[in-house]
Design a protein around this ligand. Structure first.
Ligand code: COA
Length: 704
């Protein structure tokens, strides 16, 4: 079956792209020859005055180049050639003497947008699925189909840069506002309107520049240098793609189109072979895989969810409520023990929905219907019909067990799922006193829930597969990337964070300056350093979990008395304005609170000037080793889940591909050697996971 069809009517050629047996349209080798023969047909037909290009799929126009091909490209030259090939394909449309119109309905990304840029006109449908953008930066690449040079010739440079540097996807109306599309219409009349555009004839765009000012060197340089500053402060220069995009756009705009395209192809070639890009492509396929993963190995399926109950209207509970009413479009009953708490939680959700309205992401009637899904209560009224109840109360086992009993008593014959949003209490403990332990599952959200992309679902020993599958499905509907892990102290994300944070505290006790430790890990690519992170998460929370892990793993995760001293001084971190950092008005958490050193008994802080490399190795390898233990013990179902969990839940640098991909890139022999060295020097806490030793022995990696 063909990918493209060509129909001719009244002098207008309608080309429709509809890749058979695939949910997507992508530009691939398979589509190239067909595309070229259809264009040859159009070129040679003198009776034609116009061409309209559309997609036969309901929600997809064109999702760009086929990303799987990138995995087969090995050299810079091959990548350069693939970009040139795409340029050539697109140029054939640009060279047509007839009027060309792209009718965009659905996802129009990367090569999809770049294709539409060579058309004389772009008309888009107002459908919600119409999203237009160049997401290549998220793959560690630049838009290699003419985007770096054609996009800033069509829309103002600041908008073009924003799209290229963030990968942001625009709605049709936003695209119209910046001049990216000529008109936005209902999908039902999209094709008719596109056909009408043919009558307008070819537009008169001599230089191809809409924004002539931007071509002028000083203005351009200024805009580019501002963008570069922003990129550097956000990425600390760790990501090659945004810097290459800026350079290519800047130089390309001073060149002829042909030369600029060649420069773009070279830049594309250079980026595609970087390890960073390879890891981003791995992450793309891992997250795509997870979208289809039910979270269970059996064929159990998720049950429908119409009502969700949330216990506790604090920051977590309210955040869970918000993603449920907004993204999952499911009714939520929110309960708290105090009127103030409940009102605060409801107001929190209201504020987030208001924000969407103010930013015109939703219309007033949508605002109303989202808010109508949320109701609150001080008792269990309204919980009887819940399909899932998620508790988001204090980390107190007996409180959680009491809630399980309450919900079980309420739901009668209804098989209500009880999900506990705990970050470390074992699910089996919560389920220990339950009548139906098979209906208890962990749903570990990250704060703030509306922003953090990960959900860690924890399956207890007795959790039924349908329960896990339902929790996974609910998480996906709430817009989360979901990993499923097996039960154990600290599950996965919390467990690997503890030795990482504790090693950092140990360094402080050894006299290394706090700022230097945090700077070191940030220079590795962590969004915040480990000590700062403890302040953010709450030192009391961290201290509690260390005890749990120490009970489970003994000498491998030892206790540190420094943490107790910090707590004894009533320092809980950001939340009570007292921690390792100074939260006074003039510092606002930017500077280390120097008084912390005497609190933990460190004299002469900073006396120990370890190199950054040594600091990074000690702190980082504590986490890497623990991640390997989690895989070895079956807490993790796969290395893939471990990578995605660390990247999306803990901010592990995505360009490394995650802890497991990172260890693979170092080589397991090297990882073993490092850990054995640390083990010999510092003792049991660095005892290498057997899995690492085995893989090194077999000259294998986690993925190979
Ligand atoms: N190249 C190769 N495969 C692609 C693809 C691309 N550009 N875009 C989507 N796919 C594939 C996915 O891998 C998946 O394949 P599978 O079913 O065999 O696993 C399938 O299309 C469905 O994708 P999925 O992500 O599950 O669908 P979705 O509706 O949730 O999201 C998109 C659709 C297009 C928004 C999303 O897939 C996406 O962002 N794709 C990448 C777009 C991109 O970066 N383009 C520029 C490339 S340079």
């Amino acid at each position: 079956m063909a990918i493209f069809t060509l129909e001719k009517n009244n002098g207008i050629a309608l080309v429709t792209m509809d890749t058979p047996d695939s949910p997507q349209n992508v530009l691939s080798e398979a589509s190239q020859s067909e595309y070229e023969s259809i264009l040859a047909d159009i070129r040679n037909d003198n009776s034609l005055k116009g061409m309209v290009f559309a997609s036969g799929k309901k929600d997809v126009f064109l999702a760009g180049a086929d990303i799987s091909i990138f995995q087969t490209i090995e050299t810079q030259e091959q990548a350069y050639e693939s970009s040139k090939l795409l340029h050539g394909m697109l140029q054939q449309v640009a060279d047509l003497p007839i009027t060309t119109v792209a009718a965009i309905n659905g996802v129009c990304l990367g090569g999809g947008l770049e294709l539409s840029l060579v058309f004389d006109y772009r008309v888009a449908s107002d459908s919600k699925s119409t999203r237009i953008g160049v997401p290549e930066v998220q793959l560690g690449l630049l838009p290699g189909g003419g985007g770096t040079t054609r996009l800033p010739r069509v829309v103002p440079l600041p908008d073009a840069l924003d799209m290229m540097l963030t990968g942001r996807q625009l709605s049709a109306s936003r695209a119209k506002k910046i001049g990216l599309v000529d008109e936005v219409v209902a999908s039902s009349i999209l094709l008719d309107v596109a056909h009408n555009y043919v009558a307008k004839g070819k537009p008169n765009r001599k230089s191809g520049f809409k924004d002539r000012l931007m071509r002028m060197s000083p203005v351009r340089q200024f805009v580019i240098s501002q963008a570069r500053k922003k990129v550097m402060s956000q990425t600390k220069g760790k990501y090659p793609a945004p810097l290459k995009i800026l350079d290519t756009v800047n130089r390309g705009l001073a060149m002829s189109l042909d030369k600029a395209l060649d420069l773009e192809a070279k830049g594309f070639g250079e980026l595609l072979v970087t390890p960073e890009s390879k890891q981003f492509v791995n992450i793309f396929f891992a997250t795509t895989d997870l979208k289809k993963d039910t979270g269970v190995d059996s064929d159990a399926t998720a049950r429908p969810i119409s009502n969700v109950g949330v216990l506790g209207a604090g920051l977590m509970g309210a955040g869970i409520g918000y993603v449920t009413v907004d993204k999952a479009k499911t009714t939520v009953r929110l309960k708290d023990i105090s009127v103030e708490g409940l009102a605060k939680g409801m107001a929190y959700v209201g504020k987030l929905v208001d924000k969407k309205l103010n930013r015109r992401r939703i219309k007033p009637h949508q605002h109303q219907s989202i808010m109508a899904r949320l109701t609150g209560s001080l008792d269990y009224r309204g919980f009887k019909n819940s399909d899932v109840v998620i508790e988001a109360v204090f980390e107190d086992l007996s409180l959680k067990q009491r809630m399980v009993a309450d919900i079980e008593a309420l739901s009668g014959n209804k098989e209500t799922i009880f999900a506990t949003n705990t970050s470390a209490i074992p699910i089996d403990d919560v389920a220990a006193t339950a009548k139906h332990p098979e209906r208890i599952v962990g749903m570990h959200y990250f704060s703030p829930v509306e922003k953090m992309p990960l959900l860690e679902v924890i399956s207890g020993t007795k959790t039924a597969d349908w329960v896990t599958a339902t929790a996974v499905e609910l998480g996906k509907k709430q817009g989360k990337t979901v990993i499923v892990v097996n039960d154990g102290p600290g599950f996965y994300t919390t467990r690997v964070l503890v030795p990482y944070n504790m090693e950092a505290v140990r360094l402080v006790l050894e006299g290394v300056a706090i700022q230097e430790i945090d700077n070191s890990l940030e220079s590795f690519g962590m969004p915040v350093g480990p000590i700062k992170l403890m302040d953010e998460v709450g030192i009391d929370v961290g201290a509690h979990i260390v005890v749990t892990l120490n009970q489970a793993f003994g000498d491998r995760i030892p206790l540190i008395d420094g943490v107790d001293k910090v707590l004894a001084d009533e320092r809980m971190g950001k939340k009570n304005g007292k921690g390792f950092y100074d939260y006074s008005e003039d510092s606002k958490g930017k500077r280390v609170d120097q008084s912390i050193y005497s609190v933990i008994g460190v004299e002469n802080p900073g006396r120990n000037e370890l190199s950054r490399q040594v600091i990074i190795e000690r702190v980082l390898f504590s986490m890497l080793n623990e991640a390997a233990y989690c895989l070895q013990e079956g807490i993790l179902r796969s290395a893939r889940d471990g990578d995605i969990g660390a990247i999306f839940g803990l901010g592990f640098p995505p360009f490394t591909g995650g802890p497991f991909r990172y260890m693979d890139s170092l080589g397991l022999t090297e990882v073993r050697a490092k850990l054995e060295g640390l083990h010999a020097e510092h003792g049991q806490r660095f005892k290498p996971a057997q899995l690492i030793l085995d893989l090194a022995e077999q000259s294998k990696g986690f993925y190979s």
